[in-house]
Ligand binder design. Structure first.
Ligand code: AFP
Length: 331
């Protein structure tokens, strides 16, 4: 049984932020509470694993044409149920649903989420996460077009990382803070404040198996990293690839690094693998709030004007020096 008397609870933290984040008194705190209520259930289900008979495929496809895991559906349903009961939520959009879901017409917020990012890792017991992004309502009634706002308009964003510990990593637009779930109490406690990503790094994260499909600037950047001390960069690099964006981004927020899922010619029609609205935008908001940078290689991700809920985007994010360098190679 852990005792955490000297740590601040999430609700105490949110109270301390009210003078700085007006939206907290406009129901934003209720939205976060709803997301976390679902996340606690997802964390419990994941921890049960095979014992709960919820691993493996659901033998259904999502809107992306990807085979859904049973837990993809369970996590998605849990988040939708929790947000439907949350009055400040005017509408929501999920990776698992083709269209958006309108909710309270008087609500102030739009919530987008990837309910279980990295789900191909579930059956091998590796870290996965829930990613969420919160936008203001700018037009009613809520339609798909209501969500087409650049990432710079986000009010809050974060992820819940289901790892050895369950962590909430959150930004309200004034820095990035980490909260650890005390399972016994069902309470999130502030365990790291105002994360700062080192500008320099010697660690890159990319799926090397796609190398032959990359554009020249990415080929150049990675080959310089691989050349190490003997090459242009004059230093050796290490590589990591979790294949769960939440895991890779958390490592970068914790100790620096650069994460890349660039455009590749494997399927020229696809702009990249990752989705703008509920993966790239929330993660880019967190990265910038922690002093890092996030681009497509050619423009700041948070400036991209969306035109589809599920549009894909090339992603390069993390330590500012490295993101600036690889972006400069794109001319
Ligand atoms: P899944 O949710 O299908 O496992 O995809 C995870 C992801 O969208 C992102 O979290 C990873 O960074 C990336 O895909 C891994 O892609 P590769 O499987 O091509 O390495």
């Amino acid at each position: 049984m852990t005792t955490t008397p000297d740590l601040q609870t999430l609700s105490d933290f949110l109270d301390s932020q009210r003078p700085h984040v007006a939206e907290l008194d406009q129901g934003l705190d209720q939205v976060l509470t709803a997301v976390l209520a679902a996340s606690r259930q997802i964390s419990y289900d994941l921890q049960q694993g095979a014992l709960a008979g919820i691993l493996g495929s659901a033998d259904t496809d999502n809107v992306q044409g990807e085979v859904q895991k049973k837990l993809d559906i369970i996590a998605n349903d849990s988040l939708i149920d929790a947000l439907k009961r949350c009055e400040p939520v005017a509408g929501m959009a999920s990776e698992e649903n083709d269209d958006c879901i309108a909710n309270n017409p008087a609500g102030r917020y739009l919530v987008l989420f990837d309910p279980l990012d990295g789900s191909s890792n579930i059956d091998v017991n590796m870290s996965v996460g829930t990613i969420f992004s919160i936008l203001p309502v700018t037009q009613t009634p809520v339609t798909k077009e209501s969500f087409f706002q650049p990432g710079s308009r986000q009010i809050a964003a974060g992820y819940v990382l289901y790892g050895p510990a369950t962590l909430l990593v959150l930004t309200l637009g004034n820095g990035v803070n980490v909260f650890t779930l005390d399972r016994d109490q069902g309470e999130f406690y502030l365990t790291a404040s105002q994360l700062q990503i080192p500008a320099d790094t010697q660690e890159f994260a990319i799926n090397m198996s796609n190398q032959r499909h990359w554009e020249a600037p990415v080929q150049r950047y990675i080959s310089e990293c691989l050349a190490g001390k003997t090459g242009e960069r004059g230093k050796d690099f290490n590589m990591r690839w979790v294949a769960s964006m939440v895991g890779d981004v958390h490592r970068i927020l914790s100790r620096g690094g650069i994460f890349m899922y660039p455009y590749d010619l494997k399927d020229p029609k696809k702009a990249g693998r990752l989705r703008l609205m509920y993966e790239a935008n929330p993660m880019s908001f967190l990265i910038e709030q922690a002093g890092g940078q996030a681009t497509t290689g050619r423009q700041r991700i948070l400036d991209v004007q969306p035109n589809d809920l599920h549009q894909r985007i090339p992603v390069m994010l993390g330590s500012a020096v490295e993101v600036r360098l690889v972006t400069s190679y794109h001319g």
